[in-house]
Design a protein around this ligand. Structure first.
Ligand code: GZL
Length: 353
């Protein structure tokens, strides 16, 4: 039957009308915890997950594609974190697209934009610094791609830009480090001079570990931070900055390092200066990677606050829940402990990373 042009337009218009009516009755659109809209075609999706769960259901056999933009490979913790994510994605049967940003925000933003163009199902990343993410996260949301934060947080005011943040409480980690010091020096007569190796400038762990530590040690006015500088979470920089601290300060009693790698670099500098780490200079560190535990078991690090890098399983579960349109909490805190030198010696054989 030959369709006249007019008949063709009428037919197309009625198909369009039918289709619009069908979309108008939308799904439940639960998205993440903060989105409870009815999911109607008129109401814009409050979150990418909501938009995702309303879009045409992916065929059951389609492999989930996860785009992960990693910070870099700056420390033992990061290596363990990467391994956990890659192994867990494999176990979950997900197709993982993975990028290493060499600790540069512009590289992470580029990677996220690539994942948007590739139309991955979910984007996850560990923001190298807290600020400067709103634009690219909005692009992901507009593309209907849910984003999950792992390890580090962002300071975006608009929490609909991500589904959840899975990671440690860095302020609490700083508090635990500070509390051990307050307890150790509760009867100190004179000043206790502390030098601090901060993590990457502007990163959530550096900001929060500094804040938590300072909050707790102020209860003992003898505890004084006489120098504080970034070692960028690396051994090389930790050694370099500790050398400078040793040159500039006659009396250093304590080193507070925001991660084991910087502490291990600093130990090299301390020993090169003819001093005994763990004795002449008390050392507190955060992470709890195997090399850190080994140094602690040798008495070179006195107290380790654990920061768990094995976030892979929780991330894959969150990916699955988001794609299933399930409610997930906006914040998933990882569980971790603390270890003195003696406790580290006992725990060392059990360490997986
Ligand atoms: C903490 C993580 C930090 C580690 C460092 O969750 O972001 O980055 O403490 C790592 O070792 O480089």
């Amino acid at each position: 039957m030959k369709l006249t042009r007019k008949m063709g337009i009428v037919l197309a218009a009625s198909v369009l009308l039918l289709f619009t009516a069908a979309c108008g009755s939308g799904g439940s659109g639960s998205g993440s915890g903060n989105n409870t809209s009815g999911g109607s075609a008129e109401a814009p999706a409050n979150s990418a997950a909501e938009a995702k769960s309303e879009s045409a259901e992916a065929p059951a056999d389609k492999k989930v594609t996860l785009g992960f933009a990693q910070v870099g490979a700056e420390s033992g913790w990061r290596t363990a974190n990467t391994t956990s994510i890659q192994d867990s994605a494999k176990e979950a049967g997900f197709d993982l697209k993975f990028s290493d940003a060499q600790q540069k925000q512009e590289n992470q933003i580029k990677a996220i934009r690539t994942y948007i163009q590739q139309k991955v199902d979910v984007i996850a990343f560990s923001p190298v610094v807290e600020s400067g993410w709103d634009t690219v996260l909005k692009e992901a949301k507009d593309a209907g791609i849910p984003v999950i934060l792992t390890d580090r947080a962002v300071d975006s005011k608009d929490t609909s830009l991500y589904e959840t943040f899975i990671g440690s409480d860095f302020v609490e980690e700083g508090r635990r480090a500070g509390q051990w010091l307050v307890d150790k020096y509760k009867d100190a007569a004179g000043d206790v001079n502390i030098v601090e190796l901060q993590g990457t400038t502007g990163s959530a762990p550096a900001n929060d570990r500094k804040a938590g530590f300072a909050e707790v040690i102020k209860s003992n006015p003898n505890l004084k931070v006489i120098a504080s500088q970034t070692g960028d979470f690396t051994r090389a920089k930790g050694k370099e900055v500790m050398q400078a601290f040793l040159k500039a300060n006659k009396k250093i009693d304590v080193l507070y390092a925001h991660n084991d790698d910087m502490a291990l670099g600093a130990i090299q500098a301390i020993e090169a200066a003819g001093l005994k780490p763990g004795e002449d200079i008390v050392i507190i560190s955060i992470d709890g990677v195997k090399d850190g535990f080994t140094a602690a078991s040798e008495g070179k690090i006195n107290f380790i606050v654990e920061c768990n890098p094995l976030l892979g399983p929780q991330l894959m579960q969150a990916v699955r829940d988001v794609l299933d349109g399930k409610e997930i909490p906006k914040r998933i805190v990882t569980v971790e402990g603390v270890f003195t030198s003696e406790e580290a010696k006992k725990e060392l054989p059990n360490r997986k990373y």
